[in-house]
Write a protein that binds this ligand. Structure first.
Ligand code: NDP
Length: 403
């Protein structure tokens, strides 16, 4: 029986709140706090009616205001904070958790607003402070990063003596019927996929032009989809924690239509993160773009199809070559039916709740800052299927793409 605060009332916040509310024995009191109170209230009422959990309250908070957030945390007195606001707020929420003496979990690494750069060093720098305070900070507990990192830890523990090659493959074979929309926060999403590609090979990072490397990959029960090599944050922590990895890459599917829209958005300057003057006041183009694009939290209603995200791994076991493919396929329609949100929010919110459960039940513990692959993967993966994300694995199958 524990109290928790969830920060961020977007698509992921909706799923996380509903999934926590499904387990009142673990999450006995929930406070959902975000910048806009109305969004929190709507989600809290929906969560109450879907689950019957009555101890869900709400608060308006600017998570970049550390004193105000610290006061809110102290007043509610939770065991931990689940941060599903934006990556920009990671450091201020970690500061408030330290000031109030509570544990921390997030799903995306810190990013400064004025520079699209995904790197863990800002949050890893909190190691000593969390350690001294005897508190746990869990970084990157969504699907990717999150489940993909835990799949890798599971493979390392149970199937390999050494992992040599890792390809994380992320397909969204869904259709939301819109000409252009992003599946999570548009600003964060567009910043992520328009940056240069980057992968790890033989001890160094290799950078490419954005979307310069592409391959048609086959996804289980979906079939072939054009997949593009992009940089994704879990690559940084995985090559650190599994130093036998010779090559680590991340692939994501994009449709032609999506990429054409993206090219136009970039070419006309709408993906810019520097302020520009508009009618006498400063605006940031990508922030304005967000206000006119569909809200990812509202995409669920007519969303059909599946996501398929997994790890394709090759390495050595008992002196022999071995391969392993571990994946989850998730249905947008099933996610919407259960939570009112689409599959990408669902595949992020379920692991966030499951990671929080691991901490509250003492299955994951330790003072300091941890990436999820540093914990025991077994209790997490045992719960992941029952919580809604059934996973499968194939050992020594033919891994389709290796060059
Ligand atoms: P949304 O934009 O839908 O929601 C973000 C929420 O955070 C909004 O409700 C917003 O409030 C709130 N927020 C923003 N700034 C502040 C602030 N200063 N103080 C308090 N609240 C604030 O995003 P998503 O739900 O799609 O994504 C949430 C997080 O999940 C993101 O960090 C994203 O990167 C991560 N993510 C991780 C994935 C993974 O697999 N690991 C996959 C998908 C997403 P308001 O509406 O009032 O502005």
């Amino acid at each position: 029986m524990s109290k928790i605060i969830i920060i961020g009332a977007g698509g992921v916040g909706r799923v996380t709140t509903i999934k926590c509310a499904q387990h009142p024995d673990v999450f006995s009191e929930i406070l959902l706090a975000s910048r806009t109170l109305g969004k929190c209230v709507e989600i809290a009422e929906d969560a109450k009616s879907r689950t019957g959990h009555q101890n869900i309250t709400t608060a308006a908070i600017d998570a970049e205001d550390v004193p105000a957030l610290t006061a809110l945390i102290k007043e509610f007195d939770p065991v931990m904070v689940i941060n599903v606001a934006l990556p920009y707020q990671d450091l201020t929420i970690m500061d408030a958790c330290l000031a109030a003496g509570v544990h921390y979990l997030d799903t995306a690494n810190y990013e400064p607003k004025d520079e699209a750069k995904y790197a863990y060093h800002w949050q890893w720098a909190y190691q000593d402070r969390f350690q001294k305070a005897g508190l746990t900070a869990i970084l990157g507990c969504g699907f990717d990063p999150g489940v993909t990192s835990i799949f890798t830890a599971h493979a390392a523990k149970h199937h390999f003596d050494e992992i040599h090659y890792l390809d994380i493959v992320d397909a969204n074979a869904g259709d939301h019927g819109k000409a252009f929309a992003t599946n999570f926060n548009p600003e964060i999403n567009i910043r992520e996929i328009t940056q240069p590609g980057k992968y790890w090979e033989n001890g160094q990072w290799i950078e490419t032009e954005p979307h310069a490397i592409k391959r048609e990959l086959n996804y289980p029960d979906i079939g072939p989809k054009m997949s593009y090599l992009i940089y994704h944050e879990e690559l940084e922590s995985l090559v650190k924690h599994f130093p036998t990895i010779k090559r680590a890459r991340f692939w994501m599917t994009f449709g032609e239509e999506y990429l054409t829209h993206l090219r136009v958005i970039q070419n006309i300057g709408m993906a810019g993160i520097e302020p520009v003057m508009h009618q006498g006041r400063e605006i940031i183009p990508i922030e304005f773009l967000k206000t006119v694009l569909p809200d990812p939290g509202e995409l669920g209603e007519n969303y059909t199809g599946h996501t398929s995200i997994g790890c394709r791994i090759r390495g050595i076991k008992d002196g022999k070559e071995r391969t392993c493919y571990i994946w989850n396929n998730a249905s947008h329609a099933a996610a919407y039916e259960e939570t009112g949100a689409q599959g990408v929010s669902y595949t992020t919110g379920v692991p966030a709740m499951t990671g929080a459960m691991m901490l509250l039940q003492g299955k994951w513990s330790g003072a300091g800052v941890y990436n999820v692959e540093q914990f025991n993967p077994d209790p997490f993966l045992e719960k992941l299927g029952p919580h809604g994300l059934v996973w499968e694995e194939e050992i020594d199958g033919e891994i389709e793409f290796e060059v």
